[in-house]
Ligand binder design. Structure first.
Ligand code: FMN
Length: 358
């Protein structure tokens, strides 16, 4: 199960310490201008080794398009893209070959498959998310044609919350912070965790602008359920909160309902979705990332023979995965919205007549 989406569908391949990883994106309409620099810029936002707040693994994450694009435009055929791994240090993992790292997928992969690539977590590594960002960039190019914009930023690190959400600050922030006023404190929290060989969790805010009314397929393919599915498929994501989310349970109905006027909704507690269908307002949701499981503090675990052992890790790790994870969440959102846009086109006979009857 390495594919995601229905009409706009992508499949990823590759492992953390394998030769390469990549994706095949299928269902992309022909005629979309492919800006390769834009795709690379998206890759660069997620790539590791850029500053002291991220893992020191150095990967250029150069993307190579192998198919589906001719003279700068999509051809309607599968778009395949590849990223070669350059900076694997597999020997860092020799000491964990036979043991299960706490907080990782080692235990479950081993018991499920009976075999696992222990080098950097193999397929369970978030290295795979580079391929999702490449696929997401194609989705974003489709959305751009319709003026739909997806953006993300960090709203919380180690319990330090943004009080304002300014997406322009994200572009100049090393930790993609939404609030300049708390950015230094958030950075300090990451560095404190790193210096004490530990890690911290964080929360990303995702926003979609100009999303048309009608995206989402009742009942088992609601827009919010697909967004939640997409977010929960990202490594280390433990929760998603749509619109007013957890706070909505503390409010009364009259406070939580978004009243409607001729020029639109008076508020947006719903996060831009009603009954699983986009309502034309901005889509807003938060994605919660746990602290990075790889820490450099001795922890208790067992090996594959059930011996109780100590786990002492080497290697290079993000002290807070939410930062680079926010870019992955943004890419997955673009992929869901692109899929829903294409699916929605056949939901009404008038749409079909518009294409075939004139
Ligand atoms: N986990 C690590 O232990 N070290 C890392 O450097 C690391 N980098 C990550 C980078 C990104 C962008 C994301 C989204 C996650 C990263 N993770 C990292 C998280 C693990 O991949 C993840 O926690 C682990 O596979 C277990 O899966 P689960 O937390 O979803 O249960």
């Amino acid at each position: 199960m390495n594919s995601f989406g229905h009409r706009f569908r992508f499949t990823t391949f590759g492992e953390s310490h394998g030769k390469a990883l990549g994706c095949v994106v299928d269902g992309v309409p022909a005629g979309i201008k492919i800006d390769e620099q834009f795709i690379q810029d998206e890759m660069n936002r997620r790539k590791p080794g850029q500053n002291k707040f991220a893992t020191t693994r150095k990967e250029s994450d150069n993307i190579e398009i192998l198919s589906g694009v001719f003279e700068g435009f999509t051809t309607g055929t599968p778009i395949s893209m590849i990223i070669f791994n350059e900076n694997q240090k597999s020997r860092d993992y020799a000491n964990v070959k036979d043991l299960f790292r706490p907080g990782h997928a080692d235990f479950t992969y081993f018991h499920k498959y009976g075999i696992r690539d222990y080098r950097g977590g193999g397929r369970s590594s978030a290295r795979e998310t580079a391929a999702r960002v490449a696929a997401g960039a194609i989705a974003k190019l489709l959305l751009k044609e319709l003026n739909i914009e997806v953006q993300s930023g960090i709203c919380e690190i180690d319990g330090i919350k943004a009080l304002s959400h300014d997406f322009t600050n994200v572009q100049s922030s090393e930790i993609y912070a939404l609030d300049k006023a708390v950015e230094e404190k958030q950075k300090e929290a990451i560095l404190n965790a790193k210096n004490s060989h530990n890690s911290v969790g964080g929360v990303a805010l995702i926003n979609v602008k100009n999303c048309p009314v009608g995206l989402g397929e009742p009942l088992y393919f609601k827009l919010d359920s697909q967004i939640a599915n997409a977010m929960m498929s990202i490594n280390a994501v433990k929760a998603i909160e749509i619109g007013n989310g957890f706070d909505s349970v503390k409010t009364k109905g009259n406070e939580n309902n978004d009243e409607i006027r001729a020029n639109g909704f008076k508020s947006n507690h719903s996060g831009g979705m009603l009954g699983g269908i986009s309502n034309g307002d901005e889509i807003n949701f938060k994605v919660y990332f746990k602290p990075t499981p790889s820490i450099f503090i001795k922890q208790e675990t067992i090996d594959i023979y059930n011996n109780e052992v100590d786990c002492e890790l080497k290697g290079r790790h993000d002290p807070c995965v939410a930062v680079r994870g926010s870019v992955v969440a943004e890419a997955m959102t673009a992929l869901v919205v692109a899929d829903m846009l294409l699916l929605n086109m056949s939901s009404n006979i008038n749409n079909i007549k518009r294409v075939y009857k004139n």
